[in-house]
Design a protein around this ligand. Sequence first.
Ligand code: PYR
Length: 375
Amino acid sequence: AQFTALSSLVLLSACGGAQSSGEKDANGAGKVTADIGVISYISGPGAAYGEAITNGLKLANEEINKKGEVEINLVIEDSAGKQDQALTAAQKLMNSKNVTAIIGPTLSTEMNVVGPEADLNGVPIMGTSTTAEGIPQIGEYVFRNSLPEALAIPASIDKAIEKYDAKKVAILYGNDDVFTKSGFDTMKKAAEEKGLEILTIETFQKGQSDYNAQLTKIKSLKPDLILASALYNEGAVIMDQARKMGIDVPFVGGNGFNSPEVIKIAGDAANGLIVATPWYGDKDDQKVQDFVKKYEEKYGKKPDQFAAQAYDALYILAEALKNAGDADRDAVRDALAETKDFQGILGSFSFDKDGDVVMEPTVLVIDEGKFTVFE
Ligand code: PYR
């Protein structure tokens, strides 16, 4: 496209309240230019989430800008997985007139405080890894493209019942985090609905290093399965300590557990972890394999689901910018809400009426140190 200073000037003044520049070429075809804010968990114990997410976003950004239909500038802020830091980052981004929309934050706990602010300020915000119940329902500006626990956990439990004839379960969850608490609610509800006997419910807190009391109790009750709602750091330590105590039953985890970090931290103790996923790298799908190849070339490691969801999220947002024809926050919100049958590496993607995800998960199990499809 060719641009003239005059045509972009005319458009800028014509769209008045737009947050960023839209430029039109001589034929009137628009190229939208926008800053997209990113709030990500880049430092601290869950930094591998943010690393994967920002890697996925940067890869998509390069490709999108190269295509030339829209021009995106990512403005990345670290939240360190903390509510207050996420909120400060969000305020900074929202106060920048040039920021059209925000991707993130990483944790549901963070989105619980950032989402309402973004909604109030009329800034579209899309979580790529926020899976707790109720996130998109925060408001009409709040979206996510991450697989909700409400879809993931029942699918994992079904597979575990089918495979291991599980009848009795123990539940262990972090009671100081929105995602781990919500995952627990979903696990308990699913276990009750499926007629499983719940032997005990144990809790832990972020950063806890010793799970002896909880695991000793669980071991004495001899469950067939342990349902554990945890982020990867605590989850991996729990599995490591459980195996060392001779607890060898399978674990079912939620989204936070679905990270290669679990294998890195727990080694062989991670074998037997069952999770449901929106994406896996071995899928026989050209789009997925192209993404895996490009990601590996760029970063020297394989992508995980967090990278994949972030990658698709930026494409979904780019499509919304293109369809809005403008970097105006309201126009982009409306275009985002209309996303239908977007073909990405997660498959065909649409939002439901609340801005939530409609998707069939795949169930994986860690076997011999590797996530594999749970047949
Ligand atoms: C959440 O906080 O929602 C995650 O899934 C990690």
